[in-house]
Design a protein around this ligand. Sequence first.
Ligand SMILES: [Zn+2]
Length: 478
Amino acid sequence: MKHEETLAPKRSFGRAPGMIAASIALATAVAGPAAAQSNDRRQWIAPGARTTEDPRRIPLKPEHAAGRDIVLHGGRFFDAVSARVRPATIVLRGNRVLAVLPPEAHEWAADAEVIELGGKTVMPGLIDMHVHLTYPDGDTPIDEQASEGAGVLRGVRNLRWMLESGFTSVRDLNGVSNAPYLLAEWSAEDSIAAPRVFTAGHIITGTGGHATERPVSPSHGPDYAWERDGADAWRGAVRQTFKQGASVIKLASHFSPDEVAAAIDEAHRLGLKVTCDCETIYIKMAVDAGIDMIEHPLPRTDATIADMARRKVASVPTLQVYQNVLDRSGGFYGSTSRRFTMTAQGDFDMFKKMKAAGIVMGVGTDTIGDANKMVPNVYIAELKWFVKGGYSIPQALQAATLTNANLLDMGDKLGSIEPGKLADIVVVDGQPDMNLDDLGHIDMVIKDGVPMVRGGQIVTPRHVPAPLLKPSPPADVR
Ligand SMILES: [Zn+2]
C-alpha cells in the first residue's frame, strides 16, 4: 500500500516536520558524563549531527529549521547551572534554545511570538528519575491489571498529569510488557501529550528476586520482570531490553557477582547506564561491578557508601515513597527480597551519609499505582526531604533538573536553559526557588520547543484531516 505517504505528518503538536534542529547552527557538544567512557560509541558521530534524543543517539538525517521563534520575556530566570535566579529573556528557535538575553536586550526576529511572563519564574522542565507509568492501580478492574492495553492507557493518563505538573522528562523504571517502550516512542513522535519518556522496560533479577516474589501481585509477574540465572543469561536479558528500546537498564537483587558484572559490562558497551534496586550486600556487589547508580535509601554499610563516593556511583534516594511505606506498614515488607527492617530515621541517615560523602543524588518519586494521583505533591515532598537533608532550595531544583539530566546521560541536551540545548522549559506562577510549594502552580510547559501547556491547561493543535486519495464518489453530491 503506497497511500501512507499522503497521511498527515506524525509530529502533530504544531511543528512542521522540517522544523527540527540540525540546520540551526547552535549545536554545542557539551560532553556528558558517559563521554569519558572508553567504550562510548558516540565518538563516531559528527559533532552537532542530528540524532534521536535519548542515550542511544541513533544518527538521523538532517532536517531544515522553519517556523516562528518564541521569546519568553519579563521572567525570573532560574539558571540551573549556577542555581541562581536573575531577570532574563529566553529565545527559542525550533526545538532548541537560541539565546539567553539580559532583560534590556531586544534582539529577536520581528515575527517572533513574544510571551510576556510578568515576573513569573522560567526554569528547565522538571525531571522525575523514578516513575512507573503503567503499574496497576485501584481504578483498573482486577482482570485488566496485567494487560498491556490497560497499562498503555494508564500511562497516557499519568503522562498527561505529569506534563501538566511541569515534567518534561520522566524515567520509567519498569512497567507492563512493552507498554513503556510504546509510550516512549509515541512521546518522541509528539503523538501524545507527554513528557519525554526514558524507560528501562523489564527489571532483570535472579529467580525469586525482587519484583518476582510470591505471593504474586499483578506487577510481580513475567510481564514486568525477567528472572534470569547465570552471567550469559543476564547479558542476554540486557540485549533483549536494548532490542525493545530501553534507554537505561534496571537490575534488582538478588544476583551473583558474575551476573551483575556481565549485565553492566554489556549495557555499557551498548551505551546505556545501569541502575539497581537493591540493598545490603547487593549494593556492594553492584558498586564493585561498576554500576552507575543505586535507587532507594535501603541499608548499606559505611564502607559501601565510601566506595560509592570513590567510584562516583550516584543515588536516587526516593525518600518519600519509603515514608509512604512506613506510614502504611511500619517498615515491614513481608517480602523474601526485603529481609531487613526499615525505619524513617534509618532511611534519612542513609541520605545524610551519602550527601556527606559527596555522592551525587537525583530526584525521583517511585510513583506507583494510585500515587500517580498525588503528582506533583509526591515530588515536592521529595524535594523537601532534600532540603531537610542539607540542600538549599535552589540546589534541590538544580538536582531536579540538571543533575537528573546528567544521570539520564542527557546533560548535554537537557536540564538547563542554555543556547543549543533542547527547549524543555516550564513557567511557574510563583517563586519556587523561595517556596517549593509554588511548583504546584505551573503556568506553561514547553517541550521540544512546542508550548504544550498554556495557562495551566494542555493545549494541542486540532487534528488536520488528510485528503481522500481521490474525490469521493459521487462527485456531484454536496
Ligand atoms: Zn520503583
